[in-house]
Design a protein around this ligand. Sequence first.
Ligand code: DC
Length: 207
Amino acid sequence: MIIAIDGPAAAGKGTIALRLAEHYRLNHLDTGLLYRAIGRKMADAGLDLDDADLAGTVARALDPADLGHADLRGREAGELASRVAIHPPVRAALIDFQRDFAARPPGAVLDGRDIGTAICPGAEVKIFVTASPEVRARRRSDELIAKGREAAYERILAEIRERDARDSGRAAAPLQMAPDAALLDTSDLGIDEAFRAAMAIVEAKRR
Ligand code: DC
């Protein structure tokens, strides 16, 4: 079974994907990490993130060790990722790796922006996980506060809106809901409720 989970940043798709993978004993790939590693590698090397061909070269040379970089999870890496993700050569370089991962037994949960539309259009289950920008910004700022870090809600909200616009507005594999995906709006759901709702979608598909 292949489960494709797409949606904007901070909607809860990563946690849902991880829990579905654990529950159904499937492999899990956080595809955002691939784009984050490319953005981070280019920034570390002082390369121009807007150079599509250069970004493609970096993407083709991506090494599993690059995914172990210490600073891939934060907001800055997310921003770098979103910038390199607009380049068609970058997306093309990552297709085979993601499809091969999905094809490995016993199946996989992949989360990202274009899994149900471009990477695994034949996935048995597709879920589009979303939430309002305000809720997503509140979650991000609560996470930072819980870690004892400073969190400026208004700035985080502005960044989320900007990233949504870039991810949805790009020409190459933009963030959009596949016509055969189930919509899961987590705005009013806690993580356990969101996971149960996702599981109900999977179970309905399996029946
Ligand atoms: O899911 P994330 O926040 O780690 O993703 C970071 C950025 O990477 C996101 O803003 C857009 C890009 N991305 C993408 O274009 N396609 C994917 N399948 C996953 C991520």
